[in-house]
Write a protein that binds this ligand. Structure first.
Ligand code: RIB
Ligand code: CA
Length: 315
């Protein structure tokens, strides 16, 4: 099987880490670069978490490029209350030896897309600010990127930061709107997928809990704060287990047969609504008469995903 080349754009916390591990360690996967955007945490912590994850994966040397420290419009909203103060389940790991690159992430995205034109797939698992800024540098980017996998939005479902909006689209709705309308070949992995087919209960996690490998211990450490939030906090929905928004998106990119059902629709993002800013409109019935711009994933194979996770963490 040909090598799959990825650039992962991340606001490294909790499940972002699991997604990075998939990209870094899965057979035939080559992560050409990691670009970082502020989101779950402030930029500096997201950068350190990405560098530390590289070290844990034994992949130090893959370049990490710092990007946007705030959205295109307005102030940064973070989610340390979900993932822990450090974004890693309050593990407070030491700093990695590797330091970030000096090149700005959007510029790196353009350079990598040109270097691997037609081959590079981008995993966008953060607010889309870096992608929007890269588009401003090179409007032809969509024609050079093989596929853009976006974790974000909802498909006529409850949001996780407001009732209407998912976090990545809420933090930077202007960027999400721009990127979705730019002409990329988009696969959209919405939040409702993460809390259904991307959600593993305590019982379903048992095989991972009993692995007791360094990677499984790392996975549980970085996801423990979010697990506790899901279980005990009203906004967590009382879910006693771990949601996998980013890592399920990465897993589907690695093994597209994981996608159980998807359909192509026009997707747009609300930027002005007092109550609905960041809301993703999936025009399922084509009422707006606009061309489809995203393949929206409706179902994924949860048990196959769990098997991938067990294989990854059992190394
Ligand atoms: O809404 C979930 C998304 O927002 C995930 O990517 C999580 O890491 C945060 O970035
Ligand atoms: Ca993320």
């Amino acid at each position: 099987m040909a090598v799959q080349r990825f650039l992962i754009d991340t606001d490294t916390a909790g499940d972002d880490v699991t997604s990075l591990l998939f990209g870094l360690l899965w057979p035939n996967s080559s992560v050409e670069a990691i670009t970082v955007c502020a989101g779950n945490l402030h930029l500096e912590q997201c950068v350190e978490n990405a560098l530390y994850t590289l070290e844990v994966a034994g992949k130090a040397g893959i370049p990490v490029y710092p990007g946007a420290s705030k959205p295109l419009v307005g102030k940064l909203v973070t989610a340390a209350y979900v993932h822990g103060e450090d974004g890693m389940g309050n593990s407070f790991f030491p700093k990695a030896r590797q330091r970030p690159e000096s090149l700005f992430a959007p510029t790196a995205i353009v350079e990598l897309a040109n270097r691997w034109a037609g081959e590079l797939q981008i995993i966008a698992q953060a607010p889309l600010t870096n992608l929007a800024l890269a588009l401003a540098q090179d409007p032809n980017l969509p024609h050079k990127v093989k596929k853009l996998w976006i974790m974000g939005g909802t498909n006529h479902a409850l949001g996780n930061i407001t009732p209407a909006a998912e976090f990545n689209f809420y933090v930077d709705p202007e960027a999400a709107k721009e990127v979705l309308q730019a002409g990329f070949e988009v696969v959209l992995s919405p939040w409702d997928l993460a809390v259904s087919d991307g959600f593993l209960t305590r019982e379903e996690l048992e095989p991972i809990l009993s692995l007791d490998t360094s990677l499984s211990r790392f996975y549980l450490a970085v996801n423990r704060a979010a697990w506790e939030f899901n279980r005990s906090h009203p906004e967590g929905g009382g879910l006693d287990g771990i949601t996998h928004p980013d890592s399920l998106t990465m897993a589907m990119a690695l093994q597209p047969e994981l996608i159980g059902q998807s359909s192509r629709h026009h997707v747009d993002v609300e930027c002005c609504g007092e109550l609905t800013r960041g809301y993703s409109l999936v025009d399922r019935l084509g009422i707006l008469g606009r061309p489809a711009n995203a393949e929206v994933v409706l179902r994924a194979d949860k048990m196959a995903f769990r098997e991938m996770l067990i294989k990854l963490l059992g190394r």
